[in-house]
Design a protein around this ligand. Structure first.
Ligand SMILES: Nc1ncnc2c1ncn2[C@@H]1O[C@H](COP(=O)(O)OP(=O)(O)OP(=O)(O)O)[C@@H](O)[C@H]1O
Ligand SMILES: [Mg+2]
Length: 429
């Protein structure tokens, strides 16, 4: 520990709500020289980083940027952990930070944040062993206070059964959560303003971020059409050819251009697909491999579709898909600290399961997502889950921690067939 460490307080942000990434960032600083906090624009990276940092340099400021170019070493001086915010504006800093970590031979020196990986992507190849990475997403319902978290995914992995009486949340609240999204900057806004903020956000991304990230000649209207097409296909396995024909409209847009836009949307962490689960089966059924399409937050799709809560309530099919996307977002966030990944399952016999959370120790939970908590709907979902259990190879069944139906509303309870039922507003890490 250096003399300056442990004495000065972290930077202040009144009203800071704890994030699930906080623990991961802290742990990264205890085992590495630096941590990179990355994720989509406005998901709360800077605040989470300031929450642990004791000094900062913000590279979205002209003067700071000049110093970064002229005298990068000077920029790295300061009480540690030192925040380098928007570091990608001065990409050469990456190697500087790496070298500085080596020279100082100390842990927890720097926190870097950025909302887009630079195009040549130096970060993928260097810095291994010195700079840890923590991915942030918008807030889950638990982080924004819209879920009690009574039904802990962690405890479910330990094999606990959990019952909770219904909370006050109704379907209208869930529709609102889909449209407003988990943007921390919108927490204090009225619903109508929060929805406008999502629309502004999409415009900014299309205008500013995608061109930088894609590196191809950029047609904002085409990127918008692509995002609208993705929105229509959220939580489905739509093929790229489908997107290409949607985007082309009357004219033909090259598949390679659409691929470049898709890559750019992934590079700025806005699009995050859900890969197919790869698992051994007892029967000779064949797994389907296509990933499901998702935005990092369901509000982006809702905004592209001009969906209001009222329109979603009147259109259960669209609501169902966007709700599934909301659940996938939260499952990803809740399982990330334990290094869980979220997949989906589909085979050629027609069996589908909406989500499979798999941890790196091999334990897994299978999840069906249902907008309705009506008994017959839950029965149907439970049947699919039980079929999946009977299908996967015996050695994997031993690792099965739970089968769960996630609903929008209603009580949390364990059925007699041992399937756990949970409304999204009770789910937590
Ligand atoms: N943990 C939090 N608790 C309460 N409000 C938060 C929290 N995190 C972020 N906010 C609010 O959200 C806004 C955006 O957060 P922040 O600037 O950290 O996002 P970012 O990911 O760094 O965005 P950008 O990509 O634009 O740099 C903040 O100005 C603040 O108002
Ligand atoms: Mg920031």
């Amino acid at each position: 520990m250096g003399p300056e460490e442990g004495t000065s307080p972290t930077l202040t942000m009144p009203g800071y709500l704890p994030r699930l990434a906080d623990k991961e960032i802290g742990s990264a600083l205890r085992r590495r020289g630096a941590v990179l906090v990355e994720g989509c624009r406005a998901c709360g990276k800077t605040w989470a980083a300031r929450n642990v940092a004791r000094s900062e340099a913000r590279l979205d400021d002209e003067a700071t940027l000049l110093i970064a170019e002229a005298d990068p070493v000077a920029l790295l001086q300061g009480v540690t952990p030192r925040l380098l915010d928007e570091w990608q504006n001065a990409p050469r800093l990456w190697n500087r930070v790496r070298r500085e970590c080596d020279d100082r031979a100390r842990l927890g020196q720097f926190v870097l944040t950025g909302s887009a990986a630079p195009h040549d992507d130096i970060t993928r190849h260097t810095g291994v062993g010195r700079i840890a990475r923590v991915l942030m997403r918008p807030m889950s319902l638990y982080e924004s206070g819209d879920s009690t978290g009574a039904l802990s995914l962690g405890r479910l992995f330990e094999g606990e059964a959990i019952s909770v009486l219904p909370s006050g949340a109704g379907l209208r609240d869930v529709a609102s959560a889909v449209c407003v999204g988990g943007w921390p900057g919108s927490l204090a806004l009225e619903e109508v303003d929060a929805r406008l903020a999502v629309a502004d956000y999409v415009s900014e991304v299309v205008r500013l971020d995608v061109p930088t990230a894609s590196g191809v000649r950029h047609r904002p209207a085409a990127v918008r059409r692509l995002m609208r097409s993705l929105a229509r296909h959220v939580a489905t396995e739509a093929k790229t050819t489908t997107l290409v024909s949607d985007v082309g409209g009357g004219s033909v847009l090259a598949r390679s251009t659409v691929n470049a836009y898709l890559e750019a949307l992934e590079r700025v962490f806005l699009v995050e697909n859900q890969p197919a689960w790869s698992v051994g089966l007892r029967s000779r059924a064949t797994l389907r491999r296509a990933p499901k399409r998702h935005f990092v937050d369901p509000s982006l799709a809702a905004s592209m579709l001009r969906a209001s809560p009222e329109r979603l309530l009147a259109d259960p099919r669209t609501f169902g898909l966007l709700f599934e996307s909301l659940v996938v977002r939260d499952l990803r966030i809740y399982s990330q600290p334990d290094r869980g990944e979220v997949f989906h399952y589909r085979d050629d016999t027609g069996l589908e399961v909406d989500a499979v959370i798999e941890r790196d120790d091999g334990r897994w939970i299978a999840v069906e997502v249902k907008l309705s908590s009506a008994p017959d709907v839950v029965d149907e979902a439970a049947k699919s889950l039980l079929r999946l259990r009977d299908k996967v190879a015996r050695n994997r069944v031993e690792n099965l921690a739970a089968l769960m139906v996630v609903t929008s509303t209603g009580p949390a309870y364990r059925r007699s067939d041992n399937v756990q039922v949970t409304p999204i507003t009770e789910l937590g890490p």
